[in-house]
Design a protein around this ligand. Structure first.
Ligand code: ADP
Ligand code: MG
Length: 552
């Protein structure tokens, strides 16, 4: 972090870039009137800006001058009136004799009066004494006692002495009673400060450094990974971040935000950065990061601006939490659900297959007894056909474990299927139109399974159009998706049927298996797609399949 220039080379000792900590007692030995003026003025306006209670002990003449200058600087009457102005000649009782106890009582009264306001108090006092006061003895004693008076109020105090008027011996004594020593241009810890406490930190540099160290420590120990990015570059990663990425601190030196996240999330990161730049919040996002040993991790990312310095590059802080466990759990739940579906399915299959088997068994018994009628063979054949159909439809479901998944052109497959079914359709006075198929509709799937989906839906469409008509199949690219639509002019479906689509063995057809659509839903879901159905009774039905587009 760069410190303001005037802090490193202060023109005057007291600047706005200084954090004045309560309990600090500064001995100011001034030499240059102009610099004295700048220091007291800086002390006052900083106090007003920080809403501190400022108390100034100065000459009546200087007090007037300060009031005027503050008004010129644009401070309101109210702000100026809030300052506790005390005539220092009166305060130090220079009209009579300097009596430590009386002056201390005055100090105590003044502070008590203002402490009631609740604001931190800063006092500036130009100390004067009468010629006849034994400075060497009285003043150091006074300062030491003043420390004790001020300590419980946690005030910040500057005691200004005319440097030209103070002997070395005297100033040494004064240093023992002050935590810091200041000249017109510089300020430093007092090496002679006699206190049981450590000297309070004064410079904003030390103060900030201390704060920064504190926060760094806090951030470093956080159980979530914390990254700070500045103009895309990684400028910081905490301990958990290094552990998550499996890398060393030096590995991050040349890393950018784009190295961290997998490519598919780059557009989202662009979008969110834009939002942050416009001062909008971004939601918690699920993304994937790449570790240095080549793993891909599921993570949850919270991002917000971290603009320590607005004029510098845009800085963002990202808190990243691994959600591997949660994802694994989700996968397990899906798997369990699938298993329970398989269980349900098994029960209904048993039921569906049992009926034809029972009748076949009955006929075989008849055959044994030589009571078999010729017509019964036809029934046996029909029943066996039914079992065969059920078995073949279900075969597709049973396969996913072993099938090969590749990048396929969904449009091309749809066209192939449409052409294949055209001959069957023509016999029913149906025309399948497939002119609206875009090239490069690439999806990840098993070609056999996806064709099965198209076949099942087109077959249903053919079966729904008893009086012929047109079936339109189309495949289009729609953003990140491939959209396949199969529309028919068939009898449509009422709500009651629509609700049950995909349930195993739900069929309104006499010879239907009620397995076609269940298989379709299952396959499409497996490839992270969805099927939407829109239907109007007596008008027709449209099946829309959406699948994620993959780039090749
Ligand atoms: P099946 O075709 O063996 O009956 P499906 O699972 O393929 O089984 O379809 C279930 C039910 O959904 C069908 O019986 C039918 O009532 C309805 N259905 C499916 N597609 C259409 C369609 N294009 N038009 C009208 N009804 C449909
Ligand atoms: Mg069907």
């Amino acid at each position: 972090m760069n410190l303001p220039n005037d802090l490193v080379h202060p023109k005057v000792a007291l600047t706005k870039n200084m954090e004045l900590i309560s309990g600090t007692h500064i001995l100011y030995l001034y030499a240059d009137q102009e610099k004295y003026w700048e220091n007291i003025f800086s002390f006052t306006i900083t106090g007003l800006e920080l809403k501190h209670q400022v108390i100034l002990l100065e000459s009546a003449e200087k007090i007037e001058k300060i009031k005027q200058q503050l008004a010129q600087k644009g401070f309101s009457d109210e702000q100026i009136a809030s300052i506790g102005f005390i005539d220092h000649c009166q305060f130090y009782n220079t009209y009579q004799s300097f009596e430590t106890e009386t002056v201390l009582q005055g100090l105590d009264d003044a502070v008590r009066h203002y402490v009631a306001n609740g604001a931190p108090i800063r006092i500036w006092s130009r100390v004067i004494w009468r010629e006849d006061v034994d400075c060497d003895k009285e003043i150091p004693l006074y300062e030491q006692k003043a420390n004790a008076v001020l300590k419980p109020f946690h005030v910040f105090t500057v005691c200004a002495y005319d440097g030209n008027d103070v002997s070395a011996n005297f100033s040494l004594k004064l240093m023992k009673g002050h935590s810091h020593i200041m000249t017109d241009n510089e300020i430093t810890n007092s090496p002679y400060y006699e206190s049981e406490q450590n000297t309070p930190s004064l410079f904003i540099e030390d103060f900030l450094q201390e704060k920064v160290q504190h926060y760094k420590h806090l951030i470093n120990e956080m159980p979530d990974a914390v990254f700070i990015f500045s103009a895309e570059k990684v400028v910081y990663g905490n301990y958990t971040a290094l552990k998550m990425l499996n890398c060393k601190e030096s590995d991050l030196q040349h890393a950018t935000i784009w190295d961290l996240f997998t490519k598919e999330y780059h557009p989202l990161i662009y979008e969110n950065t834009e939002k942050l730049l416009r001062n909008n919040r971004v939601p918690l996002e699920e993304m994937k990061i790449k570790t240095y040993d080549g793993q891909i991790l599921d993570v949850e990312v919270a991002t917000f601006p971290f603009s320590f310095d607005i004029e510098k590059d845009f800085t963002v802080i990202a808190i990243i939490r691994s959600i591997q466990d949660r994802k694994a759990h989700q996968q397990l739940t899906i798997k369990t659900e699938k298993l329970s579906l398989a269980g349900q399915l098994a029960a209904s299959i048993a039921h569906e297959v049992r009926n034809p088997l029972t009748s076949i068994k009955g006929f075989i018994k008849l055959a044994r007894e030589d009571a078999m009628h010729d017509a019964y063979y036809t029934i046996i054949e029909e029943e066996i056909d039914r079992i065969e159909t059920i078995a073949s439809e279900l075969l597709v479901l049973g396969k996913p474990m072993s099938v090969e998944i590749e990048t396929c052109d969904a449009g091309k497959m749809l066209k192939d299927v449409s052409m294949l079914l055209q001959s069957q359709a023509v016999m029913r006075k149906i025309d399948i139109q497939y002119s609206d198929i875009e090239p490069d509709c690439f999806v990840r799937c098993n070609a056999g399974q996806m064709k099965q989906v198209f076949i099942n839906i087109i077959k249903n469409a053919i079966e729904a159009m008893e009086n012929g008509g047109v079936i339109r199949t189309s495949a289009r690219l729609n953003g990140e998706k491939v959209e396949i639509v199969i529309t028919d002019e068939g009898k449509g479906m009422p709500e009651s049927v629509l609700k049950k689509l995909g349930e195993p063995f739900y069929s309104t057809k006499e010879d239907g298996t009620g397995l076609g659509l269940m298989v379709c839903f299952n396959i499409v879901e497996q490839y992270e797609g969805i099927i939407r159905v829109e239907s109007t009774v007596d008008k027709g039905t449209a099946f829309t399949i959406e699948l994620p587009l993959v780039s090749v």
